[in-house]
Design a protein around this ligand. Structure first.
Ligand SMILES: [Zn+2]
Ligand SMILES: [Zn+2]
Length: 132
């Protein structure tokens, strides 16, 4: 199927999108580290019109990170639902890869960004082009 479903940890919010996605980005920036609580983040970039909240559209909270970007997370469990990165990806939503309910090769990371900011122990993958 060309449909991919995602959900938050507690199940209050569920969503889905259709393939193909624009790209899948592994980001090593310090903002992603802080907001995701991990040493790097992997984001699925989906055209907005291919993305639908299927449950709990009132159950998430929006955090306006800056003028063009926001982060929306489950008000109950804190899982990132979707982000908007108006600077790099207008008209797209950005989903944390780890929130998807299933995976396929079509969702493998394609590029790596902000690699100069990466944590020292993180090894870069040669088969993922670097845009930094
Ligand atoms: Zn939740
Ligand atoms: Zn980042």
């Amino acid at each position: 199927m060309n449909e991919v479903k995602g959900s938050c940890y507690c199940g209050s919010v569920q969503w889905e999108f259709t393939l193909p996605v624009k790209t899948v980005v592994k980001c090593h920036c310090s903002m992603c580290r802080k907001s995701q609580g991990s040493d790097y983040s992997t984001w699925v970039v989906v055209p907005s019109e291919q993305f639908t909240i299927t449950k709990g559209s009132e159950a998430f909270t929006k955090y306006q990170a800056n003028e063009k970007s926001s982060k929306n997370f489950c008000s109950c469990c804190g899982t990132p639902v979707f982000s908007v990165n108006g600077k790099h990806f207008p008209k797209h939503v950005v989903l944390a890869l780890g929130t998807l309910d299933s995976y396929s090769e079509k969702l493998a990371p394609q590029i790596q960004v902000y690699t100069p900011d990466k944590a020292e122990w993180v090894k870069l993958h040669d088969d993922e082009p670097i845009f930094s």
